[in-house]
Design a protein around this ligand. Structure first.
Ligand code: PMP
Length: 354
């Protein structure tokens, strides 16, 4: 079966993305996509970019997009790196800043792609268990020797965020190594670390257009940090593929950054829906902690996670669940539209009472 495969690939257990069903129409609450369409200005920019210029390579430096991101983040374009979604950005960062001899620290329950990069890139990791309530044991990230730190803030799949004071403690305790803060979900209520970049030359903040900008299908993410870190990211990219962000994606993502009003309107709608869904799920007996992301992480004390997952699927609703120690009974439910959350709550009411 694995004839011709390299040793490294033969032994890999890759990341499994959430299901994108093709056969049947589901209410899709399983991959933290935005339930609202991209801004009309983004669609217009994408269409305008689909012209005869596509015969040319895109700008490998993504200058116009970097300028739009820098203006939004109040940074210099030299402090911005763009890539093909934040997954690519993270994979470049793991290659740019970490070495096998010094394990990277990240939580035991977090974005599962981090451990996949560790294995694929032949690195090592030191997994710090989250506290019982899934909060981050900040002091352990300060105390434990580390070759680098990766923290998703807010964390996935728990939705819990740390404060800037807690992040400062981690940065102060790790001045000799790079601290990556994955802010894929930051626009839904967390405090961004971007304002700390000028103070900490070892801080790399990673963000994406996939969630709060409704552009998961476009594949654009970016890293923000000291120009020295950005130069290392460029070195990795230009050793693999100089053209990771295509012309249409560069134009459309820049338009997304410029449409502040639409961005604000849709992310506020999602936060509002999240809060009312949280209350309704709690009323149905689910244990659900407050979330600063566009998803909720919930369990029912009397029902196995697998059972609820299946029962929702049979009712045409997709959510996400992992066969992983400590969280096997939890479901991660992306925040959809008000109507989608109504359907979710109605289905859960049936499942709980049945
Ligand atoms: N980081 C976290 C914590 C995520 O949940 C995701 C989405 N799966 C990503 C990064 C990657 O997002 P994208 O590649 O679409 O930017």
């Amino acid at each position: 079966m694995k004839e011709f495969w390299s040793k490294r690939v033969r032994d890999m257990i890759p990341y499994v993305p959430g299901e994108q069903p093709k056969d049947r129409k589901f209410i899709k609450l399983n991959t933290n996509e935005n339930p609202y369409p991209p801004s009309p200005k983004v669609l217009a920019a994408a269409k305008a970019a689909a012209d005869e210029a596509l015969r040319r390579y895109p700008d490998p430096e993504c200058l116009a997009l970097r300028q739009a991101i820098a203006a939004h983040a109040e940074l210099d374009p030299s402090q911005v790196f763009c890539g093909n979604g934040s997954d690519e950005i993270l994979s470049f960062a793991f290659q740019a800043f970490f070495d096998k001899e010094n394990p990277i620290t990240f939580p035991d329950i977090t974005y599962s792609f981090y451990e996949v990069y560790v294995k694929f890139l032949d690195l090592t990791s030191n997994l710090i268990p989250l506290n019982e309530d899934f909060s981050l044991p900040v002091e352990r990230f300060v105390r434990e020797p580390s070759g680098g730190v990766v923290i998703a803030n807010p964390n996935a799949p728990t939705g819990q965020a740390i404060s800037l004071d807690e992040l400062r403690r981690i940065l102060n305790g790790n001045r000799e190594q790079v601290v990556i803060v994955d802010e894929a979900y930051i626009d839904f209520g967390g405090d961004s670390a971007v304002g700390l970049i000028d103070e900490y030359p070892n801080l790399l903040v990673v963000q994406t257009a996939s969630k709060s900008r409704s552009l998961a299908g476009l594949r654009v993410g970016w890293a923000l940090g000291n120009a020295n870190l950005i130069a290392a990211m460029c070195c990795v990219r230009d050793s693999i593929n100089s053209y990771t962000v295509d012309r249409i994606a560069q134009a459309a993502a820049a338009a997304a950054l410029e449409d502040a009003a639409y961005f604000d309107q849709t992310r506020r709608a999602i936060m509002h829906t999240r809060e009312s869904a949280l209350t309704r799920l709690q009323e149905l007996g689910f244990q659900a902690a407050p979330s600063k992301a566009n998803f909720l992480f919930v369990r029912h004390p009397k029902l196995a996670g697998k059972l609820v997952f299946q029962a929702l699927r049979e009712r045409g609703i997709l959510v996400r669940r992992w066969d992983q120690l400590r969280i096997e009974d939890y479901l991660r439910i992306s925040v959809g539209t008000e109507e989608e959350m109504d359907a979710l709550c109605a289905a859960l009411r049936e499942i709980v009472s049945g």
